[in-house]
Design a binder for this molecule. Sequence first.
Ligand code: SAH
Length: 353
Amino acid sequence: MSKINLKALSKAAMEEFVKEQGLPAYRAKQILPWIYEKKAESIEDITEFSRELRKRLSDIAYISNLKLLKRQVSEDGTEKFLFGLEDGESIESVLIPDEDRHTLCISSQVGCAMSCGFCLTGGIGVKRNLKAHEIVDQIIAVSRLVKPIIPSHPPLLKGGTGGITNIVFMGMGEPLLNLDEVVEALHRITEFMGFSKRRITLSTCGIAPKITELYRRAPHVNLAVSLNAATDEVRNRLMSINKKYPIRVLLDACRKIPLSPRDRITFEYVMIDGINDSLSDAKRLVTLLRGIPSKVNLIPFNPFAGSKFKRPSDERVLAFQEILVREKIYTFIRKSKGQDILAACGQLKANYK
Ligand code: SAH
């Protein structure tokens, strides 16, 4: 019989497991913090348990760990981690250090089914959904590997999880197409690891009905929407999901989110030369976002081998930004990080061809 992976168990399943073993219920309450706060790599590490109990548990159960296959550091300090999963598939996570924050970008699927033409991840297709523990394990694994980067910063996670201050679901995959596991992962990241939902952002290509469901099941997580175009005609060409959920439907779902007064939805806009970067596009964007508490992140296109798109000039990006800013929309130009190691937005493909 194959062993039970304790990391794969939800709280309820852990309680059930402990009960089946004839152990007192408090054992479940002890195991969870050993996995999520102390980051035990094996049952042997749970030194709070007697040697005998550890041996007994090890005979029937184990704790899985992502396998670090490759670690690359960009000249700008961005780090990319290639992790192997138990079934041999692999995923990437990216750590982006900044002055006052250190953001970990995590994957939610192996590959991605959305096949957006400007995104390298889309080119590999989707292999499978990640399980909640595989999503969370990216945080556990990276926090084991990196030192607290801002020593003066109070530990944000129970057990002081390295220097990670923010988490973004912006790696490989479309998180809203794996909603059950993503919601369970969010639960574990917040409840078991003590991470504030305010420091977590989930980015979607725009699965409109799932946006509504996300907010019902995981309120207060920050939402980012990859809008990337200001007309359906252009968006259809760039993102085929737009044919199913056109801009109006997507923005209607956004309008219905019960945001707290200070919260905003982030709209990501990949700027592609000659495709979606005109001043009329900027003006259309202003009209579209009217009435939605929003913030816009302009991401100049990150090129990759074989892509037919180009990045616009800095002047063009600035002129686009100016139009939005004039209309009092908070608009930021995202410096692309980690391009030299293919760690920037849309460049993750793990070791898939
Ligand atoms: N599937 C989700 C999560 C991925 S986030 C989503 O679509 O939002 C990845 C972000 O990088 C998205 O905003 C996407 O629009 C952007 N992106 C993809 N390819 C890119 C590229 N080549 N250059 C710049 N940004 C890109």
